[in-house]
Design a protein around this ligand. Structure first.
Ligand SMILES: [Zn+2]
Length: 318
């Protein structure tokens, strides 16, 4: 048994500066007639680079064990190559548009709308689409899955085999409909947003964790017959406004974190300080408002009044 490998341009638009914005897909398909299809998309935000390594690691394993693949695996490693080149979250242009707020797009719209339209059309009909994100350099996050509140009930069980450390059920927001996962779900194609672990600088470790979950999920889908980890019996689920404490700062300055990403803290524990380097003073000590798991934490960076410093999964709800 062999696998077929095929690289296709699924969207390409000429830009004014003589370049092209092209989105490519690499397809691995088994020749055993198995019908399942999984899409792995990443790079929609150009400042989140861990997805590149995840795409590479998944492909490498499939190529090393081709007889274990049953079905079609589509990898889209660079949805926003222009942003990736420059390390920018948004589309590098005067308008700074977020590609993940531009779906479903339109075949006759702007460059961004055309690209988004073709991406969506290409992924429609898959059994599952995984949209992989990671933290930019100013923040750290544990490996989690994000589901929309209206779809959570149907999707929590689907998500478990991906082995995230938490499932975060996001409250309803109009912007969700303009995301890749939101547009796919509306079109009847199951999709899950994943946030790769970036609590440490160990990019390989972060990739290993997500890749291990992807193969576990592929096995559950009947698409992989090789060895995988066992799916967890359950994954903690946190509901947006109810279970999550947002910690913000009230003063501007430079935030110096006390690293506690992935750790349980108690109410009053110090999460970091905000300093004024010119005056040589601490202008604010940021503390946990409640006990819980720190699943997002800002890294050393400039902050302003109201900047998000951390998110806690409240202990009493866990
Ligand atoms: Zn992202």
């Amino acid at each position: 048994m062999a696998i077929l490998k095929e690289i296709t341009s699924i969207a390409s638009v000429s830009l004014a500066i003589g370049e092209n914005w092209t989105v490519r897909r690499c397809r691995y398909r088994s020749d055993d007639g198995a019908g399942g299809r999984l899409c792995i998309a990443t790079g929609i935000h150009g400042d989140e680079k861990t997805g590149q390594l995840i795409a590479y690691d998944v492909a490498r394993r499939v190529k090393n064990e081709p007889h274990h693949l049953h079905g079609t695996l589509d990898i889209y490693p660079m949805l926003n190559p222009l942003g990736l080149d420059l390390g920018k979250r948004t589309l590098p242009s005067s308008t700074q548009l977020d590609m993940n707020r531009s779906f479903p797009g339109s075949p006759e719209g702007t460059v961004m709308e055309i690209i988004c339209h073709h991406i969506l059309e290409d992924m429609k009909g898959a059994d599952l689409v995984l949209d992989i994100h990671a933290c930019p350099q100013i923040a750290a996050e544990i490996y989690g899955a994000r589901l929309h509140v209206h779809e959570a009930e149907a999707m929590i069980e689907e998500t478990r085999a991906l082995c995230p450390e938490v499932i975060w059920v996001l409250p309803d927001k109009p912007a969700y409909n303009a995301t890749l996962t939101g547009s796919l779900m509306r079109a009847g194609t199951k999709a899950i947003g994943l946030e790769a672990d970036s609590r440490t600088e160990g990019t390989q470790r972060a990739s290993d964790q997500v890749v291990s979950g992807i193969f576990c999920k592929m096995k559950e889908m009947g698409m992989w017959s090789g060895e995988t980890v066992a799916p967890p019996a359950s994954v903690p689920v946190m509901h947006g406004a109810r279970d999550v404490a947002r910690v913000t700062c009230t003063r501007p300055g430079m935030y110096v974190p006390v690293e506690c990403i992935g750790e349980q803290v108690e109410a009053g524990d110090v999460l970091g300080v905000i300093i004024d380097a010119l005056e040589g003073e601490t202008v604010e000590t940021v503390v946990a408002p409640a006990g819980g798991l720190v699943f997002t934490q800002r890294r050393y960076s400039c902050v302003y009044p109201g900047t998000l410093i951390a998110r806690l999964f409240r202990k009493e709800r866990a």
